[in-house]
Write a protein that binds this ligand. Structure first.
Ligand code: ADP
Length: 346
């Protein structure tokens, strides 16, 4: 037990050191300029680090205001790294990143749905850009799957229904997310799914025209991020373009990964992953990582989502209408379906 304790402490120390190296401490207080002329500045007290991405570091930020009602509100404060700051805007590469970042903020700010991370404000403070977001205190689906190896059927149903609700909302407004993956699906205090990170999102004008940038080179990739979720039509550049159906393909990949514990087109190299995705080459294991059978209904739904011909893929309404959601007596059904259908947002 002692040795165990020792190992734990060493691990914690190592982690703390790493944190210090890669995530410099944020200012203790962050001041948000007044929204209206003559209004009061708002003050956030920064808390623990929530995570780091390729472009941003995220901290808890507690809103502290005098005379503003009782209780404290904790948000996620996303600090966009300084190389994205206005100082370097002359740089061409940074200009592109800035433009992409601006699109991200513009699109995200317009989204209002219970299964999309709520965007509160963005502002500049001491040369960094701060984005105030709804706090998702339970990490991402990626973390959940890593920890648990794979999820149960009721969990997969509930999360998929919530995901479909948010996608239906986005697509109805011509917004394509284009980067749906388990790491971008966050979980709030009540384990509700929240789509986050609109870094690759775009407003669809026509199949070839977007408001927003997109090409493989500027795709944000992180160390652990693999190109597992890319729809075949994106790989076939210049052929027919792509549209909102790339998000439907991603639902298929996400569902498979939640059910099995790893994505369907897993391979050692990126090219091999692309080749498998183009040919829709994937196998269901006999049992998942909890040694449970994967039902035929689940396999059928995933097969309908992972169609090379984008037109054949179902829309979100058709997805939640699939028998996968009503099997096993559908006892979890009424609650789940209510979540999908009974919420209308502007
Ligand atoms: P990037 O755009 O650089 O990839 P992300 O949006 O992925 O940055 O954010 C980096 C990390 O911060 C995430 O991996 C996650 O751990 C954490 N994070 C981001 N948004 C939230 C949020 N709303 N609530 C809690 N943690 C968050």
């Amino acid at each position: 037990e002692l040795a165990d304790e020792e190992a734990k402490r060493a691990e914690a120390a190592k982690k703390a050191l790493k944190e210090k190296d890669y995530a410099p401490a944020p200012p203790e207080w962050v001041l948000q300029p007044p929204i209206t002329k003559g209004g009061l500045a708002e003050k956030f007290r920064t808390g623990k680090c929530l995570g780091k991405g390729g472009f941003a570091i995220c901290y808890e930020g507690e809103l502290r205001n005098k005379g503003r009602g009782a209780g404290k509100t904790i948000f996620a404060l996303k600090i966009v790294k300084t190389y994205m700051s206005l100082k370097k805007m002359e740089d061409k590469v940074d200009l592109e990143l800035m433009s992409q970042f601006r699109t991200e903020l513009q699109i995200h700010a317009k989204m209002r749905h219970p299964n999309i991370v709520e965007f509160h404000r963005a502002f500049t403070f001491k040369d960094s850009t701060y984005v105030v977001l709804e706090l998702c205190s339970n990490g991402s689906i990626m973390d959940m799957v890593k920890k648990r190896r794979c999820l149960t059927l009721p969990e997969v149903r509930r999360l998929t229904v919530q995901l479909c609700g948010a996608i239906k909302y986005m697509h109805a407004r011509n917004v394509i997310h284009r980067d749906l993956k388990m790491g971008n699906l966050f979980l709030d205090h009540d384990m509700n799914l929240k789509i986050g990170d609109f870094g690759l999102a775009a407003v669809l004008v026509s199949k070839h025209e977007y408001q927003g940038l997109y090409d493989q080179k500027s795709r944000r990739t992180t160390l652990c991020g693999t190109p597992n979720y890319i729809a075949p039509e994106i790989l076939e550049k210049g052929k027919g373009g792509h549209d909102h159906k790339v998000d439907i393909w991603a639902i298929g990949v996400i569902m498979f990964a939640m059910l099995v514990g790893q994505p369907p087109f897993q391979a050692a190299s990126q090219n091999e992953i692309y080749r498998k995705a183009r040919g829709v080459e994937y196998d269901w294991p006999e049992k998942n990582k909890h040694f449970n059978d994967i039902p035929e209904e689940a396999k059928d739904l995933v097969a309908r989502l992972l169609k090379v011909d984008a037109e054949e893929r179902p829309d979100p309404d058709q997805v939640v209408g699939h028998p996968f959601f009503s099997m096993h007596g559908g006892d979890a059904m009424p609650m789940v379906m209510e979540e999908y259908f009974c919420r209308e947002f502007p």
